[in-house]
Structures are given as structure tokens and as C-alpha cells.
Design a protein around this ligand. Structure first.
Ligand code: SF4
Length: 304
């Protein structure tokens, strides 16, 4: 809010919009002109596309509180994970274009409904559009913390533009092995890009801070979806987090993998996660020295 009122948010918006001209918003560096409506790997042009928005009660407890996390689901994604659990939105393009004014109205509507935060789901490819909307929303009274809920394939340069604007970073850490990242998401540099992004996010906001009401106020919350047959590289990821981010990191080791979308193309992904695999993943996290693990969601417990 201070950045907005001092005029510095406007400078950040211009810096972010400049990235759209020869698109460098994410690490794919497509180099096309999205200001002219061209589309690169994320299949998103000048305007953000939104699938839905509303209070969400399935997120981590510190985001949900009593009144829900105010999610805005952005359509399309800069990743192409064969097993995407949200594939109709991320890969099949469900959604409609939203202007910056419409996006601002969504943020304000979520605040009016009592949500504890604005949870930007898959924001990586629409950072400039989010900032444009944010300026309007703040001038109309938006006060909620902002959550950047990404797949973790984020550019450090773009994240630097967000310094002081985002309150909570919630990145995925999907893989620790390049070959697996290439096979399952079509990008072999995911581990190095992801780790650099995590360092920058933690530099900006630090460990997750939870207020006296149990609500997340600021910091980083890391998500790691455990995949069958150890494909997610859980041990290496947990060791990286403990050694290079912080041993006090809040980590959600997620059990809800189930095969969908194109997962059946990969024999190892063609079955749900086994309970034993999940328990081993938890032990790997603890063995690395991480003890601030998210409580398992009841739906995930039932699933395994
Ligand atoms: S945001 Fe989209 S167009 Fe821009 S570099 Fe990334 S994938 Fe390419």
C-alpha cells in the first residue's frame, strides 16, 4: 500500500509491462510481443484469463482461517505437467479474459466476503496484469495480504519486481532431477530455476509468520507433491530446503497425487500414491531437519 501511495507501484507496473513486449516474464523467455496480443508457451496474450474466484477452504490451515482463502484461479500455465491435477484450467484453457478493472473487482469482492488473503493461483505468466489490477484495487480499499501460489518455475528478475508487494510466497518444489522434469513437465532446468526462485522468495519474506489467530501474515510456505516411485526427488528437495532455505521452513508434503490428464502415458505415474511412499516422504523431511510440516488434510488422509 505504501508503494502504491508513493507512486513506486506505478514504476513496478511499468517494469513488469516492459517484460511483456519481448516476453521475458517467466524463465521460458519466449520473446514474443504480448502487448500486441501474441502468445507464447503459456498461451496468454495481453489480458489475464481467469477460470474462477471465490473463498477456498481446501488450502493450508494458516491460509484458510474461518472465512477462507480468497483464490483467483488464473487459466493457463507456464508448465505442462502430464499429471496436472487442475488440467482443465492449466492446460485446456477453461476461463475468460479479465481486464485489470475486472480483476481488481474480484480482489475487492473477496475482501468483502471476509477472506483472509488474496490467493493468486498460477500467477507466474500474468504478473504484470496482476500488478495493474492491484493498483486499482488498493486505491479502492484493498488491504488483504497477497499470496503468490505458483508452480515454482519463476524468474528471479520478475520476482524482484514483486519485492515488497507480495506477502506470502507459496511455490511448488516439484522435482530435484532434470531428466524427470523434462519427461514429466517438458523443462529440464526446473530444479535450478526453482531453487533460485526459492532463494529469492525467502530473501524477500523470510520464514512463514503466523499471527495469534493462526493466520499466515508473511513468509514462505513450500509445497511438495509426493509422486509414486520417488519421482519427485523428495529427499534431495527436503535437504535443499533445510540446508539452503531454512530449517524453520513451513512445508506441506502433499499426499493427494492421483493419476489424471496424461499421467497414464507414464507407467510409473499410473497409480495413486501408496501410504508407505507418503510416510517415507515425511520421514525424509524430518530426517533433513524439517519439523514445521503442514498437517495432512483430511481428504488426503482418506485418499491414501
Ligand atoms: S510468460 Fe508466457 S509468453 Fe512469457 S516467457 Fe513465460 S511462457 Fe513465454
Amino acid at each position: 500500500m505504501e508503494l502504491c501511495h508513493s507512486g513506486k507501484l506505478a514504476e513496478r507496473i511499468e517494469a513488469a509491462k516492459a517484460l511483456l513486449q519481448n516476453c521475458q516474464v517467466c524463465p521460458h523467455h519466449c520473446g514474443i510481443n504480448r502487448l500486441a496480443g501474441e502468445m507464447g508457451k503459456c498461451r496468454t496474450g495481453r489480458l489475464a484469463v481467469v477460470s474462477s474466484y471465490g473463498p477456498h477452504f481446501g488450502e493450508e490451515a494458516p491460509l484458510v482461517g474461518k472465512h477462507g482463502s480468497g483464490t483467483i484461479f488464473f487459466t493457463n500455465c507456464n508448465l505442462k505437467c502430464l499429471f496436472c491435477q487442475n488440467y482443465s484450467i492449466s492446460q485446456l484453457g477453461d476461463g475468460a479474459e479479465a481486464s485489470k478493472e475486472e480483476l481488481a473487482k474480484m480482489m475487492l469482492a473477496l475482501q468483502t466476503r471476509g477472506c483472509h488473503n488474496i490467493n493468486l493461483v498460477s500467477p507466474t505468466h500474468v504478473v504484470p496484469q496482476i500488478l495493474e489490477a492491484l493498483e486499482i484495487a488498493i486505491n479502492l480499499g484493498l488491504k488483504l495480504p497477497l499470496v503468490y501460489n505458483s508452480g515454482g518455475y519463476d524468474s528471479v528478475k520478475t520476482l524482484e519486481i514483486l519485492d515488497g508487494i507480495l506477502d506470502i510466497y507459496m511455490p511448488d518444489m516439484k522435482y530435484s532431477d532434470e531428466k524427470t522434469a523434462e519427461e514429466l513437465s517438458g523443462i529440464n532446468d526446473y530444479p535450478s530455476i526453482n531453487r533460485a526462485a526459492l532463494r529469492e522468495m525467502h530473501r524477500q519474506v523470510g520464514d512463514l509468520q503466523i499471527n495469534e489467530d493462526g493466520i499466515a501474515a508473511r513468509g514462505i510456505l513450500i509445497r511438495h507433491l509426493v509422486l509414486p516411485h520417488g519421482l519427485a526427488g523428495t529427499k534431495e528437495t527436503m535437504e535443499f530446503v533445510a540446508e539452503e532455505i531454512s530449517q524453520n521452513s513451513y512445508v506441506n508434503v502433499m499426499a493427494q497425487y492421483h493419476p489424471c490428464y496424461k499421467a497414464f502415458q507414464i507407467p510409473q505415474l499410473s497409480r495413486p500414491l501408496l501410504k508407505q511412499e507418503f510416510l517415507e516422504a515425511i520421514e525424509m523431511a524430518k530426517g533433513a531437519g524439517l519439523n514445521r510440516l503442514d498437517k495432512l488434510h483430511p481428504a488426503a488422509v482418506r485418499a491414501i
